[in-house]
Ligand binder design. Structure first.
Ligand code: NAI
Length: 270
């Protein structure tokens, strides 16, 4: 289903780790739609080597960057400038919490880990855009996206400090979106995706139950990663030029549903 929606567009894709990653699916779809891009991930993630396969398939270069390091980001954007001149899109598809990994309860947070989660999962979005803006690398009407989750709005046990990170991420999109829009007509949004079976998703305590719950409690069921990628493509394309500063739910209607008949039935209330 390729429609040349991104023909001639250049970009940077953060966060493809393996073929389950949402960013991996975005890269494959962006390639099909005619985009050229640089793939980037943390040096430690690149050691696994799986990204080479995606780079070959999509004819892309890989540039390592720890997203919390301004120095790494400056190097990455310099490489992008050398290769493409200006760019049109950026995907930030990154999340990590050590409190989640170590199963430390939210109310007992380790603050060193907490800061790290905010830095990697949220403040890094600000850093990426700060470096992009300083370099003036984005074309007018360029589109920048990050991936979020409904735990930014609703309390979801087990999502831990990532809930706070996602709230911050969405606020950064809104606030940076104002300034980048006024100065350079660049648009910034977050896509709030259904639970998805990926490496980051699987780290959440009770993830499988959360996945099944969201699936049952949304009229359309959970949105698959490929459909999330399709939404990202639409947001990078010129068909969505005036959408900015939004948190866009891509969740089969979960965020607007009190309860479904399917759920009532499951609970035995009928
Ligand atoms: P994933 O584990 O495939 O991707 C997370 C990526 O973050 C990995 O590629 C990892 O290497 C990268 N990363 C971690 N620390 C980094 C650092 N310091 N510098 C650069 N990159 C770093 O998992 P997934 O699910 O594709 O995650 C992508 C985004 O989607 C995340 O923001 C996640 O929170 C979000 N999301 C995921 C959902 C899910 O259920 N899987 C639901 C809603 C949002």
């Amino acid at each position: 289903m390729a429609n040349d929606l991104l023909k001639g567009k250049k970009g940077i894709i953060f966060g493809a780790l393996n073929e389950n990653s949402i960013a991996w699916q975005v890269a494959e779809r962006a390639h099909e739609e005619g985009a050229e891009f640089i793939l980037t991930n943390a040096p430690i993630a690149l050691r696994m080597g799986e990204l080479n396969e995606l780079a070959q398939k999509t004819n892309s270069d890989i540039v390592p960057a720890d997203v919390t390091s301004i120095e790494d980001l400056e190097n990455l954007f310099n490489k992008a400038e050398e290769k493409f001149g200006k760019i049109d899109f950026i995907l930030h598809s990154i999340g990590m919490s050590i409190n989640v990994r170590k199963k430390i309860h939210y109310t007992e947070a380790n603050y060193e880990y907490y800061h790290k989660a905010m830095d990697i999962s949220a403040i890094s979005f600000h850093k990426v855009m700060k470096v992009a803006k300083q370099k003036d690398i984005m074309n007018e009407w360029g589109s920048i996206l990050a991936l979020s989750f409904i735990a930014a709005q609703l309390s979801i046990p087990g999502y831990n400090d990532m809930s706070d990170a996602k709230s911050l991420l969405e606020s950064i999109a809104r606030t940076f979106g104002y300034y980048y829009g006024v100065d350079k007509k660049v648009r910034i949004n977050t896509i709030s995706q259904s639970p998805t079976k990926t490496t980051a998703g699987g780290g959440i305590k009770g993830f499988n139950s959360l996945y099944d719950y969201a699936d049952l409690n949304s009229p359309l069921g959970n949105a698959p990663a490929l459909d999330c990628a399709n939404y990202c493509i639409a947001m990078f394309s010129d068909l969505t030029k005036y959408v900015t500063m939004q948190n866009l739910f891509h969740d089969g209607g979960f965020s607007r549903t009190g309860v479904t008949d399917k759920m009532m039935h499951k609970l035995g209330f009928e």
